[in-house]
Design a protein around this ligand. Sequence first.
Ligand code: AHR
Length: 512
Amino acid sequence: MLKRAILALFFATCQAAFAQVSITIDAGKPGAVINPNVYGQFAEHLGTGIYEGMWVGPKSKIPNTKGWRNDVVKALKELHVPLVRWPGGCFADEYHWRDGIGPRDRRPVKVNTNWGGVEESNAVGTHEFFDLAEMLGAQVYVNGNLGSGSVQEMSEWVEYMTSSSKSTLAELRRKNGRDKPWKVDYFAVGNEAWGCGGNMTPEHYANLYRNVTAFLKAPKDAKPKFIASGGHDNDTRWSAVLSKEIKPGSMDGISFHYYTIPTGKWEGKGAATGFPVSQWFTTIQNTLKMDDLIRQNTAALDQNDPAKKIGLFVDEWGTWYDVEPGTNTGFLYQQNSLRDAVVAALNFNIFHAHADRVRMTNIAQMVNVLQAMILTDRDRMLLTPTYHAFRMYVPFQGAATLPVTLKNNGSYSVGEASVPQVSASAARGKDGKVYVALVNTDPAREADVTLAVTGSAAAKLAGQVLTAAAMDAHNTFAAPEAIKPAAFGAQAAGGRLTVKLPAKSVVVGAVE
Ligand code: AHR
C-alpha cells in the first residue's frame, strides 16, 4: 500500500516537473476586437500623481510643454495611451470645474479632503487637461461631479467644452484661450456612488443618472458617450439595476472597480516590496478573481442587454499596497515590482477574454499613485515594471482576439490553494501578425510550452520577456533600469515550437 502511494507520488512529481503545456491558437476564428481603450489610464488629483508627477507648471526648471513634464509625456507616448480619465476618482465628486479655468494665479485654492487634506491649487483644470490629452494623442474621459455638484454645473461644463456657438460659456472658453470646442469622448456621471460619491443605492443613482443626462446637451456631432457609475468587487446589483433602469442608448457603459490587495484586507494590505512568497501567491490569486467578477457582471448585464450594447468599463483596477514608509498615507504612493507587471499581464489576458463586453479599463493610476507607470522624484523619473508590461502589450490594442486552448497546464500551489501556472492570450494585430502573451505565475519553476497555430506552421516566436531573479525586483532612482524587458525568441525544431517560460515572467511576441 505504502509502496503504491510512494510510486504515485513519484509519478505525480515527475509529471509536474516535465509537464509540457500545449497551447493552440485558432487563427481562423477571430473574435471580438480589443478596444484600444482597454489600455486606458487614470489620472486623479491625488498626491503627486498630477502635481509634481506630471504637471510642474510652465515656469518650472524641469523641461516642460505648457506645464507638463517633457520626460513623462515622452515616456507615456511610447505606451500609445489611448484614453485618460480625469479628474477622479473620489476627487471628481468634490471638483467644481469653474475653479479650474481662467488665469491660474487667480484660481481658488481648495482643500483636497479625500487625499491627504492638502491644498489644491486648481492649476490643472479643463484647459490644462486637454493640453495633456492632445500631447498624448489620447481620447478624454471627463468624470463629472454628481456627489456635491448640481445638474446645472455638469450641464454647463459640457456646454463650455463642446459648444461651437456664441453662448456666454463658449465665449468664456475662447477668452480663456481655446477657440474651437474640444471633443469630449466620454463623460461619467459621478464616481463610486455607492461610497465616496454619495453612499447611494443603485435605484437612487439610476434616477439621478436619468435626470442629469437629460440636461447634458452637446452639438449632435460632438455628443460625449455617457458612463454610469457602477459597482465594485462582487456587488453585481449595480450592473443589474442600472442596465434595467437606464436605456442602453443613454449610456455607453457602466463602470466597475476592483483592486488587488495582497492580504485581501484594507487594514494591512501588504507591502509593495520585501513581501513573503505567500503574498506573491495571494496577490496572483486575488487578481485572478477579476475574471469571475467580470463574468458575474456580464451575466447581470446579459439579463437586460443581451445584445451587449452596454460596455462594462473597469475604470479602476490595479494593485493597492500599504504606502511606502514615511510617505503621506493619503498620497497612495507605492513601489512597483515584477509582481505588478505579472498582475498587469494577467489582467490584460482576462480583459482580452471578455473583449466583447469589456471595452474600456483604466489602470489606477498613471504616475506616482497606486500601480503607476512612472515614479518621479523632483526632476528624475523611472519606468516601472507595470510600464514595461503596458509597452509590451501595445500590439494588442485594436487587435482581434483569437481563441486559445491550453492543455496540460500546470498549477502553482501554496498549501491547499493553487492557481494555473500559465496564462495565455492571443490576437491578430492590426499589422496582420499573430501575437501571443504568456504569463508564468510560478515564482520558482519555469514552464515548458509548445505553441501551435491552426492552419499554419508556427516557425518562430519573436518578442520580449520581462523577468528577474527576485519576486520584488524593482527600479529605483539609483538603479532605474534594474528590471526591464529583454529580447526573447524561440525557433521551431522538428516541426514543434517550444518555449521555456522563465519562472515569474511575462512574454509577448509574434508567432510567425
Ligand atoms: O484610485 C484611488 C481611489 O480609489 C479613487 O479615487 C476611488 O474612486 C477609489 O476608491
